[in-house]
Design a protein around this ligand. Sequence first.
Ligand SMILES: Cc1cc2nc3c(=O)[nH]c(=O)nc-3n(C[C@H](O)[C@H](O)[C@H](O)COP(=O)(O)OP(=O)(O)OC[C@H]3O[C@@H](n4cnc5c(N)ncnc54)[C@H](O)[C@@H]3O)c2cc1C
Length: 387
Amino acid sequence: MRDYDVVVVGARAAGAATAMLLARQGLRVLLVDRDRYGSDTLSTHALMRGSVLLLSQWGLLERIVAAGTPAIRQTRFHYGADMMTVTLKPTMGVEALFAPRRTVLDSVLVDAAAAAGAEVRFGVTVTGLLRDRASRVTGIVGHDRTGATVTAESWLTVGADGTKSAVASQAGAATVRVGTAAGAIVYGYWSELAVDGYEWFYRPGHSAGMIPTNDGDVCVFAGVPAAKFAKVMRGDLDDTYRHMLEAATGGAGGRLAAARPPHRLRTWVGRPGFIRQAHGAGWVLVGDAGFFLDPLSTHGITDALRDAELLARSVADTGRSDDLGSALARFAGDRDSVAGSLFGIVERIASYGWDVAELKRSLLELSSVMSEEVELIAAARGLRVPS
Ligand SMILES: Cc1cc2nc3c(=O)[nH]c(=O)nc-3n(C[C@H](O)[C@H](O)[C@H](O)COP(=O)(O)OP(=O)(O)OC[C@H]3O[C@@H](n4cnc5c(N)ncnc54)[C@H](O)[C@@H]3O)c2cc1C
């Protein structure tokens, strides 16, 4: 049994960033994950403005760039044969977007957490929470890879353990909102594919995206409504993916035919979005553990990093004091202001029940909420948002 200020469960976008920020404040932090250091996860990885701003503010963007992650300066929206290009306006020191592989991003965050003084333990699965007599959460219990019991006490336990969060279920976090829309996605890494920035493709009932990433590769996903995935599945996943891509992109002007296709494909069968109660006595949820959006939003990593920043800011003001509850409530209020706005918009986009005019309106709304999110982050960090 060891004693910490904060135990963070889950060492990826939300958890590693939270551990880093709290350790930088001088707190004694334990960061645990059942997975391995540097492992991949089921996720594409397009970062939006808020997360790139945060990586830059935290002093980590240069490590992402040094890993060979290409700068993304424009986004192309293809609506059938129509195309619109949006060029990124440099703001607050962010001149480009980036889409690092999760093997790169998550490792950079974990290394930064360790460098800030957090104790990092991989191969630890959390199975339960410790509680005091008043039922306040006071730490974690779990086991390592040898089966040995691991326990750690803390005044705050952070659940950053993804959609199936053990911390959320053990703490009894209520689900306050559940969506109905869900998309299925198949993706893989192409080489020698000519792209210039992010490219999103939309046709009724279909979507696709091209995301330039490390090692000269382009992550290419194809999506359909989850309820239709079984129907489009043709026995062979490769064949299914090709048909989904063709339906969404029309072959992307011959670019796919000229490129080298992936060796391996990954499939996400979909699940509806949700918002969970963000905190309770001695516990708080960040990232997907607390709030999940359909991946078509390409916003989950940005949510995770924003949560880490807002939680660390709130806790910095109070620490262990009696005001911890109000600090967590402040974090929850900020999270819910963004989550509430994003939720309905992403529900509409992920429903695939749109025509092009409706979809364009939803994407504009999404962009406007992302601008508000950048303002929230800027305010938290005392940055001036250029008018
Ligand atoms: C197909 C797909 C595509 C996506 N594309 C994008 C995109 O382009 N851009 C974007 O921003 N987002 C995208 N997302 C969303 C993004 O992947 C998530 O929002 C993001 O990973 C959330 O980070 P997190 O740290 O909250 O959780 P996770 O990344 O899920 O990490 C949770 C960690 O907790 C650990 N853990 C879980 N349970 C336990 C336990 N009991 N004990 C110990 N450790 C535990 C896990 O091992 C894991 O490492 C996509 C998601 C999917 C599924």
